[in-house]
Design a protein around this ligand. Structure first.
Ligand code: URP
Ligand code: ZN
Ligand code: ZN
Length: 459
């Protein structure tokens, strides 16, 4: 059924216009004023609402075997949580470990998502080792529409690559025109610091941050940037957490390295005192890079507004309370990760836009359009334009509520953002023209999501 959104306050990166949006099949076909529509068209009056392009979360974990367990969401629960929060597309990290075969891993991740995700999705393909067959396998995966890789400089012996493997991955990515996303922490330093702290009896979650201090992330960020510079590859630092690492990234950008930067919701909203809470409360806030000194917040918000930080993702990675307790005897065993796929847009709107850290256009850019451009989805995604997919978020800025695990859709028994107030939420969310969410409720088609094929563009 066609869809007509009347009286829309349409917010894009470079413009704000009032008008109507007409959707046929899956696509926006007309934008204008007083548009007519054939009988049978569903009409939505968006008076008083803001209309955004569907939001894109460029860094999530849905299926994830990690740290002796599995992240809790399925593609059904994770995608419904995404949609209720206004995210219509996510890019999931496809992460086979060093013990696994990359191509088998890719097919496994695809099979987990296909027919189960309610929103559209793609993958960043993790390269967790570089062997004889790796190049051929990665070429096949890129041909299948995956135009970005992921490397971990952390997580020694599990996901982590050494410098030689990073070099080979970046070299191949350069040839293929693929962008490489990277978790930037020095694996060796983390392992040594963990060993030393545990030997000293420092085993609680409050020691997670000291085991991977800011300098360890700054080193990883700088090393990644220097490798990119040497090879001419395009790169993207994921979940950057602190001023020290940002300095290295900004320095690289200003010498012309093709580098983009992501921060994530926890690093904007939370700080290391959350992980210092006693017992499991602290464990719930263990992620890597760790939550930092709160002095970093202002630096990150400012960099986000100027565009020095390009995007805001979640690094959604839900492990529940019982899984977090795997680390009760040592912080090194706490499954790393904090959920957030449902909260990103509302928290960014409330604590970014409403608190004056972020203007409305940069908000759209950081949470949607820039990721679409960087990862080969634009203008199909990240835009309200004729010919774009009709992924729309009709946003109610008058809504008032609070984050609570009791009402979230992610399959996790806690929220890292429990009790935080929100000033706004999606009223209607569409995926390719189909209404999937109304006022906090999933009302759509499970399994509607499609794998988005992307073309390499970094030649
Ligand atoms: O702690 C985190 N970030 N968990 C997910 C894995 C990763 O490093 O992205
Ligand atoms: Zn990571
Ligand atoms: Zn991650």
């Amino acid at each position: 059924m066609p869809l007509l959104i009347r009286n829309a306050d349409i917010i894009e990166v470079d413009s704000r216009q009032h008008g109507d949006i007409y959707v046929e099949d899956e696509t926006i076909t007309r934008i204008g004023t007083n548009l007519d529509a054939p009988p049978g068209t569903e009409t939505i009056d968006a008076t008083g609402k803001l209309v955004f392009p569907g939001f894109i979360d460029p860094h999530v974990h849905i299926y994830l075997p990690f740290m002796a367990t599995f992240a809790k969401d399925t593609h059904q629960t994770g995608s419904i949580a995404a949609l209720v929060g206004g995210t219509t597309t996510f890019i999931e990290m496809c992460c086979p470990s060093r013990l696994d075969d990359a191509l088998d891993g890719y097919h496994l991740w695809k099979s987990k998502a296909e027919g189960h995700s309610a929103c559209d999705y793609s993958f960043h393909m993790a390269v967790t080792k570089f062997e004889q067959q790796t190049e051929g396998q990665l070429r096949e995966i890129v041909k299948d529409g995956i135009a970005s890789f992921k490397i971990f400089l952390a997580y020694k012996n599990f996901f982590g690559v050494d410098d030689a493997e990073m070099y080979q991955t970046l070299q191949l990515a350069r040839k293929l025109g693929v962008i490489v996303t990277a978790h930037c922490e020095n694996a060796e330093l983390v392992a040594r610091l963990q060993e030393r702290l545990v030997a000293d009896g420092k085993t609680g979650p409050e020691w997670h941050e000291p085991s991977r201090p800011e300098s360890v992330e700054a080193e990883g960020t700088n090393r990644f940037a220097v490798f990119l510079e040497t090879l001419g590859t395009a790169g993207y630092v994921v979940h950057l957490s602190c001023a020290k690492a940002l300095e290295r990234a900004v320095a690289a950008k200003s010498r012309g390295v093709r580098l983009w930067v992501e921060t994530v919701l926890p690093h904007l909203m939370l700080d290391k005192t959350y992980a210092e809470r006693p017992g499991v409360e602290g464990m719930k806030h263990v992620m890597s890079p760790p939550l930092r000194d709160p002095a970093n917040h202002e630096v990150l918000w400012d960099a986000l507004q100027t565009g020095a930080i390009d995007t805001v993702a979640t690094d959604h990675c839900p492990f529940d309370t019982s899984q977090k307790l795997l680390g009760q005897n040592s912080f090194t065993q706490i499954p790393n990760g904090i959920p957030g796929i449902e909260e990103r847009v509302n928290l960014l709107y409330t604590y970014g836009v409403k608190r004056g850290h972020l203007d409305l256009h940069r908000f759209v850019d950081a949470a949607s359009t820039r990721a679409a451009k960087l990862f080969g989805l634009f203008p199909r995604k990240g835009a309200i334009a004729i010919g774009s997919d009709a992924d729309l978020v009709i946003y109610d800025p008058d809504y008032r509520g609070a984050i609570s695990a009791a009402t979230q859709h992610s399959n996790c028994d806690y929220s890292g953002f429990e009790g935080m107030e929100i000033e706004g939420r999606p009223s209607i969310v569409t995926v390719r023209g189909r209404i999937q969410v109304r006022d906090g409720k999933f009302v759509g088609e499970r399994g509607r999501g499609r794998l988005l094929k992307r073309e390499p563009m970094y030649f």
